[in-house]
Every structure is written in C-alpha cells, then in structure tokens.
Design a protein around this ligand. Sequence first.
Ligand SMILES: [Fe+2]
Length: 505
Amino acid sequence: MLRWYLRRGFWNVIGWGKFKMNKPLEIPLPPVERHLIEPKPMIEVIPEVPLKNVMVCARADIPREERVPRNTAFYRLQVWLYTSFLSPMQPGLPQIDADPQAAVDQAFTRLHRKQFRPPELPAEYLGIADLGSLAVRGPFACYTTRVDDDTWEWDLRILDDYEYHPGLLTLGSRVFFGVDPLRRSLEARRIECVLGSIEPTDSEWEQAVKIALCAASTHVSLVRHFNWVHLAGGAQLAIATRNAFSPNHPLCRLLWPYIFATQQSNDIVTRGQMARGGDFESIFSFTFKGMCQLFDESHLAYPHLVNDPEVDGDARGVRDAGFDTPTQDNLEALFDVFHRFVCNYLEIYYPRNSAIEDAETLGWLAQLNTLVPNGVGVTPDNVTWTGLARLLARQLYLVTVQHEILGSYMWDYQLWTHRQPARVYSDLRREPLDVYQRLVNANFNLNVHRRELMSDFTYLALDDSAKAAMERFQAELGELQAEMDSKPRPVWRLDPRALEVNINA
Ligand SMILES: [Fe+2]
C-alpha cells in the first residue's frame, strides 16, 4: 500500500498542477495568412493510436498561433509515465470504500478541493438509480428514443461487439421505458442485458440498472464526447473553417473563437487518453484493441444532427410525447439563443432569404461535407439562407453545449460508481483504488478553467453591426441565465454560465 500511496500522491500532484496552471485561452485575431490543413488518417499521424477512419491534423501541421510547446512536452512526459515504473495503475489493489461518499472523499483530496468543488449527488442516485428520470434529465437523455406509441428505449447493444478486459461483464444492453400519463414521466420497465431480460421486480434489477448506466456513461465518454464532439465534429469544423475562409470573411470572424486551438488541444488530449495505458483503456471496460475498434467503427456512424436539439428530439420521438422533458427543454432554450444570434449576424452580410453564392462559404460547405463523416446535411447544392443559419447554430452548439453536457458536466454523475460503475466486474466487486482514482483525476481535469462562452469577443467583429449582434447575443445569454437563477438549480440543469466557447482542453 505504501507504493500505492506514493504513486497516488504523485499523480494527484500532477492533476492538481495541470488544473492550477491552466489559464483561459487568449484568442487572437485570425492570422493574415491562411493556414491550410490537410488531414491524415490517425494511424499515420499518431502511430501509437492506430485508427484508420479518423482523420486528424498532423502535429507538424498545427497552426503556429495554436501551438503551446510547454503543453505538448508535458503531455509527452505524461504519456511516457503511463507505462513506466510510475504508472498511475497498480495491479492487485483493494476495491474502493463501500460507502460512496468515503470513496469520493479518499480520491478527491484536499489538494483537488483547493481547485474545484466536490461532485453533487443527482437525486436519481439516492436509491437504486431511477432510469425513468434519467431518461429525461441529464446526460443520458440523448439516448431516449421512441420504439412505438407506448415504448421508448435506450439501445446500447452495440457495446457487446468489442474486446473487454478479463473479468468484466459485457455492457451491451437495452432499456425499455413506458409512460406514466398521470405523472407525465417515463419509467423503466425492462432491461435486456448479459443477465437476461430483467424486470423491476426481479432480484437482479439493481445490477441490470448498473449495467445500463455503465453502458450509457461509457458510450457518452468514449463515443459521444471524444469521438463525435472532438474528432468527428469539432476537429473537422476547425479544419474546414481554417482552410476555406480568408481572415476577414464574416463567417471566419463568427466561428473563430469556437474553433481556435482545436488542433493543438486534440493532438495532446488524443495521446493522453487513447494511447496504451491512457485514461480510456485504464478506466473503461475495453482493452486497447477493443477501444480502438469502437472508435474506428462508431466514427463512421457520426450523426451531425444530434447537434440540433429540435431535429434530434423529433427524430427520437421525445418532443410533445406525453411526458415532461426537462433536459430537452433546457437544450432547446440554449439552442434558440445561438440560432437567434446567428440569424442576426448572418443578416448583416446576406439579406434574409437571399441566395448563398459566395465562393468561400460554398467552399466551406464542400469541405465540411467531405471531412465530417456522413456530412452536415447542408451542401453547396442545397444551401439556403435558413439552412446556413441552422447549420451555423448547430456548429456553435456542438462545441459549447454538446461538449459541456457530454464532458465536464459528467462530474456530478460519473464519480458515483455505486450507481453508475466505470466498469462492471463479473464477481460484482467495486472498482479497485487505481481505476477509481484515474476516473476522478480524468474528470477533475475536464473541469479546468477555460475561456467562457459568456466573454466579450467583439474585438473579432468586422463592423459596428456585427459588434451589436455579438453584444445582443451576450445579453440574451445573460437573460436566460437570470431566468434560470430565479429557480433553484437542479444537478441536471445546464446553465449558459457553465459553457465554454470551444473544445480546447
Ligand atoms: Fe472535451
């Protein structure tokens, strides 16, 4: 145990130091000279993470103004340490404390607490987790999909297809929900998983719920957050924007704070999380090979429309479906502010409903549709004023709201592994100390202080009209925040104040 305490102390100091040193990014004006990025398959650029379908920017190709050599060097050292004698993992450790609060307190030390608050316990985790409430509140609401008139589901059977660490249960699962019309709520009625077809009255229900939540949180962290937001959506948006627009194009100025530093950040974070011995392999259920295969396959399935809560909510059959949808409403309210901003901004340069014919914008659309798996729906051939405005709002929403709800926001959910395990052992034991500590430190570092969405970016405006549109956007975010502040804050609510302007680490 002495070895473990030393090891733990070392990595806790590293995590604390990273948190303390991280300062919100200063976002400069776009450089005068356009920097072209030619994305390459990850296997060529980062051979230690051999993904064939994921296209990334080579380290040598990262734009000069994004580079932070100190961070790159630090991550290189950190990745090297993962597989050295100082690895954060130590086989054979005991499991975490049976009291969940004690487990959090031991791993989230006084040092951590100098930088950030401890996690809150969502109301759904007070007893056996309430999947019906989680189907409409918080990060897993995105999985709730209509099957027929009376049934909704979470379908995560896909997770059975990949290689697991020995001694773990597979997570492929399907949760079925029915409606309680009087309470206007969903309730979980059956879970199909490795344990069989389990109903709430069965003795294995609690275990089946844990499997379903482990599946959902694994999929959120690996597929929805890192693969889809960082690699499929965010990186390609940043590449297309840099490649297609000259620095004084109005859409370059609009998108700039949302894309700046994406390549530098993705480059270091990909290595830190995905290389052998990285966070993903060490925390979640899949072996390195299984994780790589999951990333490569799910990358090709990226659905860009998840970044439009109205379209996504309609596609999943959760809007006006006879039950309350607090998270869906929360996300739509945020999206509407982005959409109004983009419409006001676009109108300055392209009269409402005029044809979109400028070469740079059409080039940007062409690039996006080539780079983003399955495209973005709006192409040079079908673009209209309304379609372009909607697409721009989705792009801003992707790197702010979507990134937050799938990333930092998981802090209040993912640490409570007595309800939502990081991995499920076949003999039902709890996570060992090293796996749990790694989970805490990885999530802690997602919460570093970054450039907030509610900041002044008017220095990027090309003229007074654009400046006024940006100011109005900030005022509307402030009004939405004030309205939210007039009510008590539930754990699941996503506030404008919590949003960062881009996905950089
Ligand atoms: Fe992220």
